[in-house]
Design a protein around this ligand. Sequence first.
Ligand SMILES: [Zn+2]
Length: 330
Amino acid sequence: MPGASPPNEADLAPSDGAARDVAARVPAAASAGARGAARRLAGAFTVDVEEYFHAETLRPAAAPSAWDSLESRVEGAVDRLLDILDERRTRATFFVLGWVAERRPALVRQIAERGHEVASHGYGHVMLDALDPAGFRRDLRRARAAIEDAARARVEGYRAPTWSIGPGTAWALDVLIEEGYRYDSSIFPVRHDRYGDPRAPIVPHRLARAGGSIVEVPPLVLRAFGQNLPAAGGGYLRLLPFRYTRRAVADAVAEGRPAVLYIHPWEIDRRQPRLAVGTLRALRHYAGIGRVEEKLVRLLADHRYGTVAAIVRAFEAEEASGTPGDRRAA
Ligand SMILES: [Zn+2]
C-alpha cells in the first residue's frame, strides 16, 4: 500500500509551531490520533540542506572563507528532491543550514510552501566540539533568524553538523533547551571515528537536563553482531549495497521503532565540481552518487515516511498516555 493512500493529517500539518504546541497539550483524542498516524509511518525522511562544499570531508579543499566564491549547487538538487517527495506524496523534514537560508531564502520558502517541515542545521557548519556554549548559541540564533525569516514558519528541531552531539558535547543539549527547541536529531547511536555514542538509545527518547528536557530522535541503525551499525542514509546509502539499508528499515518497522533516514542534496548531484582532496576523502564524498536517486525512490516506495515533528508528536502522545516504552526494541 505504500504511496497508495493519501498522506495523513499529522503528516500534512504545516510547519506551524503554535498549532503543534496546542496539539501537544491536548492528551486524549488528539494523542490517540497522533499515535495512530505515526504508527502508519515507517519513520521520518530528512534532508540536511547544505552545499557540497559544506561537507566536513571536503573542508581541506573548501575553507569557509572560500565558500562564497565556489559554485552554488544546492538549488537544483533540492528541487529534484522536492519532486521525488511529491511523487511519493511524502512530507519530510529539511534541516536547513543558516548560511544557505541567508543566500537562498526563496528555496527555503519553497520547501515550506510544498508542505515540508523546516528545521535548523545551525549556521556555519562547525562541528560542536570546535565551539563553546556561547559560540553555539550565537550560531543557533543566527541560523534560526535566517531560516524562520525565509520559511515564515517556526523552527522547533535541530540537527548538528556531522552528528556532532555526543558524550563530549552534551552541553549543547542545555543550550538547545534554553533556546526553546522541542527536539534534537543529532546523536548517532554508533561507534564512528568522527561522531556518535554507541550507548545512546536507538529509539526516540526524552533527555532530561538540569534546565528542562528535549526529545532526541536518533537516525536509523541496523542491529547486528550485538552492535548498532549506521544505516540511515548519506554515505551508508551511497557506499553499501542497497539491501543493507532496506534490511535496516525492515527490522526497524518490524520492531516498531521509527526509521529516521537522511540525505544531503549534493548526494544526488552528479555534476558537482570535484574538489581536490585525498583518496579516502574523495571516496567518502563522491562514491556512489550516481545511484543514490534510484535508491531513494525505491526506499520511499517501500514504506511511508513523514516529518520528524510527526514522530515527536507521536512520542509525546505516548508519554502523555504513560506508554512511552511501546515502540522500544527488545
Ligand atoms: Zn551537514
